[in-house]
Design a protein around this ligand. Structure first.
Ligand code: NAP
Length: 523
C-alpha cells in the first residue's frame, strides 16, 4: 500500500494537432505536477505522428504522464468502439508504455480485460467513470465495483447540477488510499469545491487547465487559479474554509480579494465561490454544525444575490445594522465548541467609510440615485449621519417606503437638476455589459455638485464619474465600497485588520479572471 500518495495538479493537453500538442506539453511542464495527454482530441490522421514523436522524446519529459483515449460516449472527442480502444492501447510502443505513469482506462475497458492481461500493467491503470448529466445517488456502489478491479487508481467524475452533489464526490474522495488512490471531482461550477479541496482531503490529483479556453471539462479552473488563488497544494483538512454563496456566482470578485488577503497574512485558509440555489439545503448540509454532512472547518460566508434575505431565518444572531437593512451579506461561524451562526451587513460600513474619509455629510444635500438594495445600505448610513437625502428613482412610488423608513424625500430621476452637494449612484447604469456608455443623470446637472460617488465599479471610471470630473467635482468609484465591505468581512471572520492594499490590488490591478468554463467538454 502506498503510504505517501502523490498530491498532484494535473494539466490536460487538449490540442488538436501533433505539433501544438508537443509544444503545449513543454509549456505544461513549467507548471504541472503531472500531464494528461488527451489523445482523443487528436484526429485519427494526427495520432500516429504524435505517437512517433513521443517515442523518441518521452524520456525527456520531466513530469509524470497520463495517457487518455476517451470514446465520445464517455466524454471523449472521438467515436471509438471497444475494439478501436483495444487496438490503440495494444499499438503503443513499449518505450511509451514503460515511460508513462498512468493510462486512463474507462470502466468498460477495464472490465473487458477480466480474463486476460491488459496491454499496460495494472499498476499503471486508472479505472475511470464519468457521468456528464448528473451525480447519481448510487455512486458509492459504482465506486466499490471499480475499487474491486485490478486497476491501481479509481477515478470518478460526475456533473454537479447543484452544490449538494459535491457531497457524494467528497464521500468518494474520503475513500482515498483505502487501499487505492482516488481521483474524484464534480464538474460544472457547483462542483468547484471538489476540485479546489480534493488534494487537501486525500485525492491523488486535481485537474487545472493550462489557460482559460484549454479546459478539458466544465468548471475546470486554470492551473494558476489552483496554485496561486486557491493554493490547493498548501491546504489541509484543517484549513479554514470561507466562501461566497449566490447565483450567479462566476463573476464574483470576492475570491480574488479574500484569497489575496489570506495569502498576504499567511493564513491557513481558502475562499471559494459556492454556486448555491437552495440556501436552506446549503445551510443544513454544509454550514450548520449540528446537521452538516461535510466535515470541514467552514468559518465564514459572504452572501450575495439572491440569498441576502433568505439566510436570515437560519442565523442564531443578526446584528442591528443587518436587522435594520433587512439583509445579511456576511455570516460568521463563531466558535469551535458551541458554534453559532452570526449575520452581519458590511455594505453600510464598506460604502460609508470611503465617503466619510472625503466629506462630513451631516446636513449635506445628498441625491441617491436608485432605490434597490445598495440604495438601502446607503440611505441607512446617510440617515445615521444626519444627511439631507433625496432618493431619485424611475418609479417614485417604489422608492417611497425606503424614503419613509430613512427620513428621505423622493423625486423622479429625470427631474434631477443638480440640487445636491453629493450624488451617489445606486443604479446599475454605466456598468460594463449593461449600459457602459450611459449616465443616470445629464452631464450639465453635475455642475456645482461637490462629490459624485458611483457604486458601479466596472469600469473603474464610469461616464457619470467622467462627467463629474469634467464638471470640476470630486469623484469616488465603486471599488472603494467593494474592497471596504470585503475588508470588514475579513475582520469579522478573522479578528484581523484586512490587508486593504493587497485586496485592492487583487481586484483592481490583476487582470480579471474569468469564471471557470461552463462548456460541456470533459475531464
Ligand atoms: P437593485 O436592488 O437591483 O437596485 C437597482 C436600482 O436601480 C433599482 O432602484 C432600479 O429601479 C434602478 N435602476 C435600474 N436600472 C435603471 C435605469 N436604467 N435607470 C434608472 N434606475 C435604474 O441593485 P443593487 O443591489 O441596489 O445594486 C445597484 C448597483 O450598485 C449594482 O448594479 C452595482 O453596480 C452597484 N453595487 C456596487 C457595490 C460595490 O461594492 N461597489 C455593491 C452593491 C451594488 P427599478 O426598481 O425601477 O428597477
Amino acid at each position: 500500500m502506498n503510504t505517501s500518495p502523490p498530491s498532484l495538479v494535473c494539466v490536460p493537453i487538449t490540442e488538436t494537432d501533433a505539433e501544438a500538442f508537443l509544444a503545449t506539453i513543454r509549456e505544461a511542464e513549467q507548471t504541472a505536477d503531472a500531464i494528461e495527454l488527451r489523445l482523443d482530441y487528436l484526429p485519427a490522421e494526427a495520432l500516429p505522428q504524435l505517437i512517433a514523436e513521443l517515442r523518441s522524446r518521452i524520456a525527456q519529459i520531466s513530469k509524470p504522464l497520463i495517457f487518455t483515449f476517451r470514446p465520445r460516449e464517455q466524454g471523449g472527442e472521438r467515436d471509438l468502439s471497444l475494439q478501436d480502444r483495444h487496438n490503440f492501447w495494444r499499438s503503443l510502443p513499449p518505450e511509451i508504455t514503460s515511460a508513462i505513469a498512468f493510462a486512463d482506462f474507462e470502466l468498460d475497458l477495464v472490465e473487458s480485460f477480466a480474463s486476460g492481461p491488459p496491454p499496460v500493467p495494472w499498476s499503471k491503470i486508472i479505472c475511470s467513470w464519468h457521468n456528464f448529466d448528473e451525480t447519481p445517488g448510487d455512486l458509492m456502489e459504482r465506486f466499490e465495483r471499480m475499487a474491486r478491479t485490478p486497476a491501481s487508481v479509481v477515478k470518478i467524475a460526475t456533473q454537479a447540477n447543484r452544490i449538494g452533489d459535491c457531497l457524494r464526490i467528497f464521500e468518494i474522495i474520503e475513500r482515498a488510499n483505502q487501499p487505492k488512490p482516488v481521483i474524484g471531482l464534480a464538474m460544472g461550477l457547483p462542483g468547484l469545491a471538489t476540485r479546489a479541496l480534493a488534494l487537501s482531503r486525500g485525492a491523488m490529483l486535481t485537474f487545472g487547465a493550462l489557460k482559460r479556453g484549454a479546459e478539458s471539462a466544465s468548471g475546470q479552473p486554470t492551473v494558476a487559479e489552483l496554485r496561486d488563488l486557491y493554493r490547493v497544494k498548501q491546504l489541509t483538512r484543517e484549513s479554514e474554509i470561507y466562501g461566497v454563496i449566490g447565483k450567479p456566482i462566476g463573476h464574483s470578485r470576492s475570491p480574488l480579494m479574500h484569497n489575496a488577503a489570506l495569502k498576504a497574512l499567511d493564513r491557513d485558509g481558502v475562499y471559494l465561490p459556492f454556486e448555491v440555489e437552495d440556501v436552506d439545503e446549503f445551510v443544513r448540509d454544509f454550514v450548520r454544525p449540528k446537521t452538516k454532512k461535510l466535515d470541514w472547518r467552514l468559518r465564514g460566508l459572504s452572501v450575495t444575490i439572491p440569498h441576502k434575505l433568505a439566510i436570515i431565518p437560519h442565523l442564531d444572531f443578526v446584528d442591528a445594522t443587518a436587522k435594520a437593512i433587512g439583509a445579511v451579506n456576511t455570516v460568521v461561524v463563531e466558535g469551535d465548541g458551541l458554534p453559532r451562526l452570526c449575520g452581519y451587513n458590511t455594505d453600510v460600513a464598506g460604502a460609508m467609510k470611503p465617503l466619510d474619509e472625503l466629506m462630513d455629510v451631516r446636513g449635506a444635500r445628498v441625491a441617491v440615485l436608485g432605490a434597490g438594495g445598495a440604495a438601502r445600505a446607503i440611505c441607512y448610513g446617510l440617515n445615521e449621519r444626519g444627511a439631507d437625502v433625496t432618493i431619485y428613482s424611475r418609479d417614485v412610488r417604489k422608492a417611497q417606503p425606503l424614503a419613509d423608513e430613512f427620513k428621505a424625500q423622493t423625486a423622479a430621476i429625470e427631474s434631477f437638476d443638480g440640487e445636491a452637494d453629493v450624488v451617489i449612484n445606486c443604479t446599475p447604469v454605466g456598468m460594463r455589459g449593461h449600459s457602459e456608455d450611459q449616465s443616470p443623470v445629464k452631464a450639465e446637472s453635475l455642475r456645482g455638485v461637490k462629490l459624485v460617488y458611483d457604486l458601479v465599479y466596472n469600469p473603474e471610471e464610469t461616464v457619470l464619474l467622467r462627467d463629474a470630473r469634467e464638471a470640476g467635482g470630486q469623484t469616488l468609484g465603486g471599488l472603494a465600497m467593494l474592497v471596504g465591505q470585503a475588508a470588514e468581512q475579513f475582520r469579522l471572520w478573522t479578528g484581523l485588520e484586512a490587508p486593504v492594499e493587497v485586496m485592492w490590488q487583487a481586484v483592481n490591478l490583476r487582470e480579471r479572471t474569468s469564471p471557470p468554463s461552463q462548456n460541456p467538454t470533459k475531464d
